[in-house]
Every structure is written in structure tokens, then in C-alpha cells.
Write a protein of this length. Structure first.
Length: 108
């Protein structure tokens, strides 16, 4: 019985945390959500193409893809303020795309 109560309390707490908005942010509207989705989709398509080119031997060295982590960087970029600093050193294509860099420049 105690395990069930603890699990319910944890689930209630987690559900409540899912509704917490970053300080100063309002709930996202439909157009904003579509913009975020398009950013995630751009990152996914870019990474798929990079993986394809790497597999064909057209990209040398290592190619660590960001597939499956698109929402992480898009959500982070959406939540940060201009005063925040972002550092990446690994799987950074998604970070560059999410901050608005030109995909052609990144691929070059």
C-alpha cells in the first residue's frame, strides 16, 4: 500500500512539474508550436542527409548525428534568454541549426 501511495505522489509531482513554464514565458500558441516543430524537422532532415552523405563517403572524419535529440535543443533555445551562454562540443549540428545558422553553411 505504501508503495502505491509513494508512486502516486511521485506521479502527481511529475505531472505538476510538466506544467511549469520557464520564468517570464507564456504558454506556447499554435503558431509558435508549429515553428518549433519545423525547427525540429529541419534538424532531423539535416541529420538524415548528413548521415546519408557520410555513408556514401562524401563526409570525412567522424559524423556524430543528433537524430532523436531535436526537441532538446529546440526546447532549450526556446527557453533561454539573450544573456544565457550555450556551449557545445559534440553533436553540434542541431545547436547550430536551432540558433538560426544557415544549413548550407553548416553542411559546407
Amino acid at each position: 500500500m505504501a508503495k502505491a501511495v509513494i508512486a502516486k505522489n511521485v506521479a502527481d509531482k511529475n505531472h505538476a512539474n510538466n506544467n511549469v513554464k520557464p520564468a517570464g514565458k507564456q504558454p506556447a500558441q499554435q503558431q509558435e508550436l508549429l515553428k518549433l516543430y519545423r525547427e525540429m524537422l529541419l534538424i532531423r532532415r539535416f541529420e538524415e542527409k548528413a548521415g546519408q552523405l557520410y555513408g556514401m563517403g562524401l563526409i570525412g572524419g567522424f559524423c556524430h548525428l543528433y537524430i532523436g535529440q531535436e526537441a532538446v535543443v529546440v526546447g532549450m533555445q526556446h527557453a533561454i534568454t539573450p544573456q544565457d551562454a550555450v556551449i557545445t562540443s559534440y553533436r553540434d549540428h542541431g545547436h547550430m541549426l536551432a540558433c538560426g545558422m544557415d544549413p548550407k553553411g553548416i553542411m559546407a
